[in-house]
Design a protein around this ligand. Structure first.
Ligand code: PBG
Length: 337
């Protein structure tokens, strides 16, 4: 290598292969494909409702009829998978509408399944949108008065929620609560009910991140007290992410996810290179919001930054990218010559 690089006339001149569009395309290593993209959608009660989320231009809370229309237009651009978040009218301590067969998510899944037989329907399985306190699990108090989110009493509720989504027609359930043992609990419940083919996409390495800010407005799921640091991961930890992923694979996850995306590409890369499993990454609300905001101000070239950011995730090892920009990325890919 040394002799190749030294001297006035190097043999290896990387610029040779950068001369034209065609040459660059020929030797390109990573490709962003429409089939990799998953569009998150928020469904709410009512009809003809399309409530914009202020911090996420282009993202709306949709009633079921509008959800179908939004899915139709996304499908037409080439989006083949959606990730559904339900925003219920009723919230309580236990998040009981999360597993109600007549809940907002379950009804939305049935409506989608009827209209789009080939759409990949993924549901987010979590309780924070459904609990009055906004935490992802059951709240308990220690004898000395410290409030905490209880792990084991949450598992059964999550498993019932996942089962109700699968029974409604979801292809993939995606638990995002970060309780320990949830993948095993969900897998067992699905298997026992005969749904051995249901796919589980685990939010395996999900960090306690400030990048979720805009989402919590969109899903009305901000915790009413405290934060999520006692169950989501410390942003400083990488080794721990590998243990989280190993555990979820052992418990029966089919796809593992790293979240957020851009600030955690090192984690994504290590997860992919360690486990060689189907690996998803979530470009979360705050990442999307930053690009949209700077784009609206004219400070950056929004389309190019979107493409470059998503491509960086593919390069880092992502098989699947969950992104609010899925329809606009598809449009850009469709228009590419
Ligand atoms: C539910 C959940 C969250 C996100 C996905 N599922 C919020 C959170 O953990 O507070 C974040 C998605 C985004 O920011 O786009 N637990």
């Amino acid at each position: 290598m040394k002799s190749m690089m030294s001297g006035t006339f190097p043999f290896y001149r990387p610029r040779r292969l950068r001369q034209t569009n065609e040459l660059r395309a020929m030797v390109r290593e990573s490709h962003l494909r429409k089939e990799q993209l998953v569009l998150p959608l928020f469904v709410t009660e009512g009809t003809q409702k399309r409530v914009p989320v202020p911090s996420m231009p282009g993202v709306f809370q949709l009633s079921i009829d509008e959800l179908l229309a939004e899915t139709r237009s996304a499908w037409e651009t080439g989006v083949r998978a959606i990730l559904l978040f339900g925003i219920p009218d009723h919230k309580d301590e236990k998040g009981s509408s999360a597993y109600d067969p007549e809940g907002i998510t379950q009804r939305a899944v049935r409506a989608l399944r009827k209209e789009f037989p080939d759409l990949i329907i993924i549901t987010d399985v979590c309780l924070c949108e459904y609990t009055s306190h906004g935490h992802c699990g059951m709240i308990r108090k220690t004898p000395w008065g410290r409030t905490f989110v209880d792990n084991d009493s949450t598992l059964e509720i999550l498993a019932q929620t996942a089962l109700s989504h699968v029974m409604a027609g979801a292809d993939i359930v995606a638990p995002s609560d970060m309780m320990d043992g949830r993948i095993g609990a969900i897998r067992k419940t699905l298997d026992d009910a005969g749904f051995t083919d249901a796919v589980i996409m685990s939010y395996a390495a999900k960090y306690a991140s400030a990048f979720y800010g805009p989402f919590r407005d969109a899903a009305d799921s901000a915790p009413k007290f405290g934060d999520r640091r006692a169950y989501q991961m410390d942003p400083a930890n990488a080794e721990e992410a590998l243990r989280e992923v190993a555990m979820d694979i052992e418990e029966g996850a089919d796809i593992v996810m790293v979240k957020p995306g851009l600030a955690y590409l090192d984690i994504l890369n290590r997860v992919k290179n360690t486990f060689h499993y189907p690996t998803a990454v979530y470009m979360v609300s705050g990442e999307y919001a930053m690009i949209k905001a700077a784009g609206e101000k004219g400070w950056i070239d929004e389309d190019r930054i979107m493409m470059e950011s998503h491509l960086s995730m593919v390069r880092a090892g992502a098989d699947i990218i969950i992104t609010y920009a899925a329809p606009s990325i598809c449009k850009m890919l469709n228009n590419k010559k």
